[in-house]
Design a protein around this ligand. Structure first.
Ligand code: ADP
Ligand code: NG1
Ligand code: MG
Length: 475
């Protein structure tokens, strides 16, 4: 009997046999590829989507809620167990080289964050495996696994290809171990697991990867993780457009620098208001301690923090402590002479407020027709302005694309994901979307040499809320 014939439908919350014709064809193609590489048949497949964040950028790691939706583009992984102590990975896209390593269970104890020019693709997969092996009881874990990966989420573009890969690897390992877990637990574990790559992410991407639901965006809250459906207006269409400036988040310290700035801003604000700053790690912690609204917190930032960047020495003096203590929690290089506490904290409190306003605007019964969409558009555009000027995580090409989208008739547009490149998301209406796509294509892509060599439908497309992670079985 083959090692994997005992796989049963244990994670029934996310198991599905109802593959539609399109996905059945893909599963067949991937199974054939798997067989050609491993001379085995896959026991099951996991499919995990990318996401577009509609609003709530760079707030998840401060403890605040976000409003993303899962998209159609996804990571598909074919998996089987093996009784050899090995992990073998292959990728349908040959730009991602095969990987083979002895010692599958030893991945639990390995370090994955050592890479100078950005992590190799398989490290994201190993993060997911490591995260799973940390919770699966050892005797249940397979001796080894074989996996073939096939993804179509534009990489390094803010649509969360990395988390789809980490979450797919975690789900594959948990399922191959016949271990039963809730979606929320797998999402929380995947968020922790992706931090092994070296970035101190907040958990939005892995949450929507598991909790995504066809037909509705999600309002996701953290600690503990929970989600609520957000029904988007029927006449709204969300369009994703790729700026073609790509940015691998784990290859620079930009992201972790923002996480550090927010953490230090939270401590300084607490200290200035005579609260227990040592217990504060996130901006939401100081808001709770002071018992203020988000708008009041924005006012406090304006009065308590100065415009000039802080040095770590000044922060040390304010807190009366040593910098070693403050920076120990992270593992990447910072610019600790120029810490922009005021700008980052202001963005976070105001952006968190916009998330609540976005959900309320979707749900308000008294808003008539186009007015609802106009208000959603304004919130999205305000988010972009803040990301560009206060959070400084945009890119000239992203700003140009946002501007072009607005001049082509979008009601609002903003960068989505971590930024420093990647994609924008724009809101338009069902009756104007086709014209909008034609205009934006002309304006942004037609004279772009790089775009001419690519399939435009992968750079500029309409999107709608899709299902989160699914497990399929071979027939
Ligand atoms: P994103 O915004 O897409 O999540 P990140 O910088 O966080 O961008 O991570 C993207 C990384 O994920 C890529 O550099 C690559 O290593 C990995 N990746 C993305 N897509 C694939 C794929 N189809 N196959 C293998 N690895 C992938
Ligand atoms: P990207 O780089 O777009 O996958 C990141 C973080 C999120 C969130 C956003 C900004 C990870 C895995 N993802 O997304 O948690 O902080 O940036 O809102 O770190
Ligand atoms: Mg990512």
């Amino acid at each position: 009997m083959s090692e994997d014939q005992d796989i049963v439908k244990i994670n029934d919350e996310i198991s599905s046999q109802k593959a539609d014709e399109k996905i059945k064809t893909k599963l067949g193609t991937l199974a054939a590829y798997f067989k050609s590489r491993f001379h085995r048949t896959p026991a099951f497949f996991v499919q995990v989507p990318g996401r577009v964040n509609l609003i709530g950028e760079h707030v998840d790691y401060c403890g605040y809620s976000v409003c993303p939706m899962a998209i159609e583009q996804h990571m598909l992984v074919a998996v089987c167990k093996t009784d050899e102590d090995v992990i073998q990975l292959t990728n349908v896209d040959d730009k991602y080289e095969d990987y083979c390593h002895d010692g599958f269970r030893r991945i639990r104890d390995s370090r994955l964050d050592e890479h100078s020019l950005g992590p190799t693709w398989y490290k994201y997969f190993l993060c997911g495996v490591k995260g799973a092996l940390e919770v699966v009881p050892e005797p249940k874990a397979p001796k080894g696994i074989l996996a073939a990966v096939w993804g179509n989420i534009p990489p390094n573009a803010g649509l969360s290809s990395s988390s789809a890969l980490v979450s797919a690897a975690l789900l594959a390992t948990v399922h191959a171990s016949q271990h039963k877990m809730s979606k929320e637990d797998m999402a929380t574990l995947s968020a922790k697991a992706e931090r092994y790559i070296g970035t101190q992410g907040g958990g939005m991407d892995q949450a929507i990867a598991f909790l995504g639901k066809a037909g509705s965006a999600k309002h996701i809250k953290f600690n503990p993780l929970r989600s609520h459906d957000v029904m988007l207006p029927k006449d709204a269409v969300f369009v994703i457009a790729n700026s073609l400036a790509d940015h691998n988040k784990a290859s620079t310290s930009d992201y972790n620098q923002r996480v550090l700035e927010c953490r230090l801003a939270a401590k300084v604000l607490a200290k200035k208001r005579n609260a227990d700053w040592q217990s504060v790690n996130k901006l939401i912690d100081v808001q709770k301690l002071l018992n203020k609204s988000l708008k009041e917190m924005a006012d406090i930032v304006m009065t308590d923090l100065h415009n000039e960047p802080y040095s770590i020495t000044e922060i040390e003096q304010i807190l009366g402590t040593e910098s070693e203590l403050l920076i120990k929690a992270s593992n990447s290089a910072y610019n600790y002479q120029k810490l922009k506490l005021k700008q980052r904290a202001l963005h976070v409190f105001q952006e968190a407020d916009r998330v609540t306003a976005f959900r309320q605007t979707c749900e308000r019964a008294d808003l008539e027709g186009p007015e609802r969409l106009v208000q959603l558009g304004k919130l999205m555009s305000a988010s972009h302005v803040s990301l560009r000027s206060l959070y400084e995580c945009s890119h000239p090409r992203i700003d140009a694309l946002v501007q072009d989208a607005m001049s082509c008739g979008a009601l609002g547009a903003r960068l989505t994901g971590a930024g420093w490149g990647g994609c924008i998301v724009a809101i338009t209406t069902t009756d104007r979307v086709e014209e909008f796509l034609v205009q934006l294509k002309k304006k942004f892509y037609e004279n772009n040499e790089e775009a001419k060599m690519l399939d435009l439908s992968t750079l500029l497309f309409k999107t709608e809320p899709k299902q989160g992670a699914v497990i399929y079985y071979s027939e």
